[in-house]
Design a protein around this ligand. Structure first.
Ligand SMILES: Cc1cc2nc3c(=O)[nH]c(=O)nc-3n(C[C@H](O)[C@H](O)[C@H](O)COP(=O)(O)OP(=O)(O)OC[C@H]3O[C@@H](n4cnc5c(N)ncnc54)[C@H](O)[C@@H]3O)c2cc1C
Length: 471
């Protein structure tokens, strides 16, 4: 049993999962060491939306100061998310913030700035963060007597527990869980871009429709096999857009390529998209565009190593497509839950990780799978004005209470002792049976809504029906 007061927690990866884990572990008095192969905070600029289920934990830090900074980085004065057909017809609008009390806990901001805010807070707490290529973990150590990692620069770092938050390209999946590299191209990629708006762009009549100095704007455009988001914020000084598009090229080693503006414009042309969107895309500085391959990984059967002292978390455990709008939120839930379990377990890290897995497994699985069904719904229905009205509930970004109102910390406090005694007594069952219920489900697309059943379920062969479970 480790000493609770000097618990050495090695965290691999400094994305939102790793940083949140490090911060919550530090706040509990443990010794987190965070290893990240990138030299600095991320600069990628498109918008990342943290919903209340994640944002509530950021707001709890440092009397709300972190939440306040996050709020200032992005879309927070928007009144609505407006859904347009590819031709630019407004289909319907829904509130940007569904509940007034989420105003301070929903953070849709510039991804790089959000990351910097978390990194700054971790630094202010004195988290031991080691950045740079030399800190890349090349070997996990998982024996009865030793738990730790070896980094590129040859350092051998041992601890009481290792939390692998190493993202979708996770080395831990193969080394710790012994899995083959099973990533598959989801059949889609996403152009991601961010740029500043100057007076000239703001007065461009097409772009002006998507920016308002008095109110941040959020819009979604729906076409066949493609959808786009455009956000403007900061008194209409900042703009980000993304376009999900078909892509069946082999992903090879790199998942992110410099995007070619002419390709993005050709895709928009093919999809018959409105000039409003094309104008936004056309003004993108070429060095601000990336084409990011959306990779799908099947759900895992366990997140824990043989010794139960190493866990994979975040995108390494459940690599979401962006259409769940929950990938980072679920990564934050993993982080908060694991720190909380380590706190409850009083130094028994094997117990902590087993309970952690049972709290997170079913919920995260169902939400992970929803990213497929959400994408297929967006791409399958013929988004005429009439269908927009009729099927607005089907399309709306998921905001059911069981997802958004969920408090993983409160659930851990509530269920830890019971789950811990079930672990200790060796209760038998599958991981699904032993874990907390997901709390909700997603439905598949009803047949009568499908425009083209043959093409609707993706060239990757990944079946959206898989989400029609309720565990
Ligand atoms: C276009 C797009 C839009 C999205 N929008 C949303 C959204 O609105 N809301 C939402 O909740 N989610 C969204 N997501 C999903 C979200 O971005 C991810 O789920 C989330 O960032 C995962 O965080 P992570 O920390 O688990 O992984 P990552 O962010 O991938 O971090 C992993 C880190 O580990 C480091 N690393 C990897 N291997 C090693 C190693 N061997 N040694 C050391 N370091 C290593 C990497 O450099 C990286 O920094 C979106 C995703 C995309 C692509």
């Amino acid at each position: 049993m480790a000493d609770q007061n000097t618990l050495n927690v090695i965290i691999v990866g400094g994305g939102f999962c790793g940083l949140t884990t490090a911060i919550d572990c530090k706040l509990k008095g443990f010794n987190p060491i965070l290893l990240e192969s990138h030299p600095t905070s991320r600069t990628q600029g498109d918008v990342l939306d943290f919903m209340h289920n994640a944002g509530r934990h950021f707001l709890a830090w440092d009397n709300g100061s972190v939440g306040k900074r996050l709020l200032e980085t992005g879309v927070h004065t928007a009144k609505s998310l407006d859904y347009y057909s590819s031709k630019g017809d407004l289909l319907f609008s829904e509130p940007w913030i569904f509940r007034d009390d989420h105003y301070y806990t929903q953070y849709a901001g510039h991804r790089g700035e959000q990351h910097q805010i978390l990194a700054d807070y971790a630094q202010s707490l004195g988290v031991d963060m080691r950045f740079g290529p030399g800190r890349t973990v090349v070997q996990y150590i998982d024996t009865d007597s030793e738990t730790g990692v070896i980094t590129q620069d040859g350092s051998r770092i041992l601890g009481d527990v290792v939390l692998a938050c190493d993202g979708p390209r996770s080395l831990a999946r193969s080394q710790v869980l012994g899995l083959p590299d099973t990533k598959v191209n989801s059949g889609y990629a996403i152009y991601r871009a961010y740029y500043e708006l100057n007076d000239e762009l703001r007065s461009n009549p097409l772009i002006a429709r998507l920016c308002n100095p008095d109110e941040d704007q959020a819009a979604m455009f729906l076409g066949k096999d493609m959808h786009a988001f455009v956000y403007t914020w900061g008194k209409a000084t900042q703009l980000a857009w993304v376009l999900t598009h078909k892509d069946d090229q082999d992903i090879g080693e790199s998942w992110s390529f410099p995007g070619r503006l002419e390709d993005a414009l050709a895709d928009l042309e093919r999809g018959g998209f409105t000039d409003m969107l094309r104008e936004v895309v056309r003004h993108t500085p070429t060095d601000r565009l990336v084409d990011y391959k959306l990779v799908w990984r099947e759900p895992l059967e366990t997140w824990l190593s043989a010794s139960k002292k190493i866990a994979v978390m975040g995108d390494a455990a459940h690599c979401h497509l962006p259409t769940s709008a929950q990938g980072a939120c679920q990564a934050v839930e993993d982080a908060v839950t694991v720190a909380s379990c380590l706190g409850h377990a009083k130094g028994d890290v094997k117990l902590a990780l087993q309970v952690f897995e049972r709290i997170r497994f079913n919920r995260s699985h169902v939400i992970h799978m929803s990213s497929l069904s959400n994408r297929d719904i967006a791409h399958t229905i013929d988004w005429t004005t009439e269908n927009g009205e009729k099927f607005s509930d089907t399309l709306s970004i998921p905001h059911d209470d069981w997802i958004i109102e969920y408090d993983c910390k409160a659930d851990t406090d509530k269920h830890f002792d019971r789950l811990a005694s079930e672990v200790s007594s060796g209760k038998l069952g599958t991981i699904q049976e032993l874990s907390l219920p997901a709390g909700g489900s997603f439905k598949p697309i009803p047949d009568h809504l499908k425009r083209d059943k043959e093409t609707s379920l993706t060239s990757s062969g990944v079946q959206a029906q898989a989400v029609s479970i309720n565990i």
